[in-house]
Write a protein that binds this ligand. Structure first.
Ligand code: FE
Length: 280
């Protein structure tokens, strides 16, 4: 993967907090059409795969209508529905400003759109991934609360030098997480919701390993960024996930994991507990 939109310093036109004007006028009619096409297709394909919160979120924040949202207008609806706003950023930004924005209930959205209309795998998180994959989940207030708690935890992790460990928690939940809903498994991670093929793989493939949520295990699990994940983690509910953030002393978990080896991509660990239909 060639990372084209990864920055260490704010590039020209970007503020010190890494936000920038969306400049909605830069998007062409063709961009809006492509966006609409991708949205309609993805909504149709995700039926029966996406978490119920996601499906109702798409409607509640109006993502099923029209082209690329203009953030100024969009934020009125979004803030009312979720208590969050979106801000445009140039792409992948450093940890500290990312955590700070989350702690302030501002979700950063990459201000560029993928070329073509690939939905099977996107090389780097673009505006479609950030908006369509992430934003609908915020209508679940507990999920939104988890995201602010994550931002605050991130700021503390930066000081402890543990951001990479905490970052793997984000990856295996917010990006690639699965949740039990009734007797079914559903996807709530944005990486799955913005890639139909990986959502199918995560939920149905017998090559994918689905494990019960286990915080130290998640933090130790290495992940590939250029292919489907081999290992997914299942949560019981967003309440359970938030409780992990609020009642667990992350410092205690860091002390436990920092001297343990990382678990290589796709490897198993003696602590693993498979999530199977029998658990449901
Ligand atoms: Fe993402």
């Amino acid at each position: 993967m060639e990372a084209l939109h990864v920055y260490d310093e704010p590039p020209p036109g970007v503020a010190a907090d890494w936000t920038m004007p969306q400049e909605w006028g830069q998007f062409t009619d063709a961009d809006h059409d492509r966006w609409h096409e991708m949205t309609v297709r993805q909504v149709r394909l995700l039926k029966g795969l996406a978490s119920a919160s996601f499906t109702s979120g798409v409607e509640q924040i109006g993502l099923d209508q029209g082209g690329i949202p203009e953030f100024k207008a969009f934020n009125k609806t979004f803030e009312q529905a979720t208590g969050w706003i979106v801000v445009a950023v140039p792409g992948v930004i450093p940890n500290e400003p990312f955590f700070k924005l989350l702690a302030e209930r501002k979700f950063p959205v990459a201000n560029f759109l993928r070329q073509g209309s690939s939905q099977e795998y996107n090389d780097e998180p673009d505006m479609f991934h950030d908006v369509f994959g992430h934003l609908p989940m915020f209508v679940d207030p507990t999920f939104g609360e988890f995201m602010t708690a994550y931002g605050r935890a991130g700021l503390r992790a930066e000081k402890l030098g543990m951001s990479d460990w905490l970052g793997r928690l984000y990856l295996h939940t917010v990006e690639f997480g699965l949740i039990r809903e009734g007797k079914e498994l559903r996807a709530y991670g944005a990486g799955l919701l913005s890639s139909h093929a990986e959502a199918v793989h995560a939920l149905t493939s017998d090559k994918a390993c689905r494990l019960q949520f286990n915080l130290p295990r998640l933090m130790r699990t290495e992940w590939p960024f250029d292919t489907f994940q081999p290992t997914y983690f299942v949560i019981e509910s967003f309440d359970a996930l938030l409780e992990e953030m609020e009642t667990t002393s992350l410092k205690h978990v860091y002390d436990k994991v920092r001297d343990l080896p990382l678990i290589p991509i796709g490897d198993t660990d003696p602590s693993d507990r498979a999530y199977t239909v029998a658990n449901l």
